[in-house]
Design a protein around this ligand. Structure first.
Ligand SMILES: [Zn+2]
Length: 98
């Protein structure tokens, strides 16, 4: 899958404190913008891009809201999280990132 990585203002993941300074928009989405959802590459935590482009924790209520109004989108999020956790596992097993 061809992906490009976009540099972001560095923020610590609100869940695991992993430094997040890049974003790889999945599924050919365009550059990240405020309100977009993201997932921590380290712990798979759900993140929301703040107006200053920093990552903040996605509120549980918003996640539930998405689940109600957009079941397909919610499913996509879950799939993405699975993918992130799988990639992370590969890294742990000597993957392709330093
Ligand atoms: Zn994290």
């Amino acid at each position: 899958m061809a992906e490009r990585t976009i540099r972001m203002p560095e923020t610590l993941c609100p869940y695991c404190q992993h430094p997040l300074d890049a974003c790889t928009p999945p599924f050919g989405l365009d550059s990240p913008s405020p309100g977009d959802l993201s997932i921590c590459i380290q712990c798979g935590g759900f993140l929301e891009i703040a107006p200053d482009l920093k990552m903040q924790a996605l509120e549980e209520s918003k996640l539930l809201h998405i689940r109600m109004i957009d079941p397909e989108g919610f499913k996509l999020l879950m799939t993405m999280r699975q993918a992130v956790l799988k990639v992370r596992q590969n890294h742990a097993n000597g993957g392709d990132r330093p």
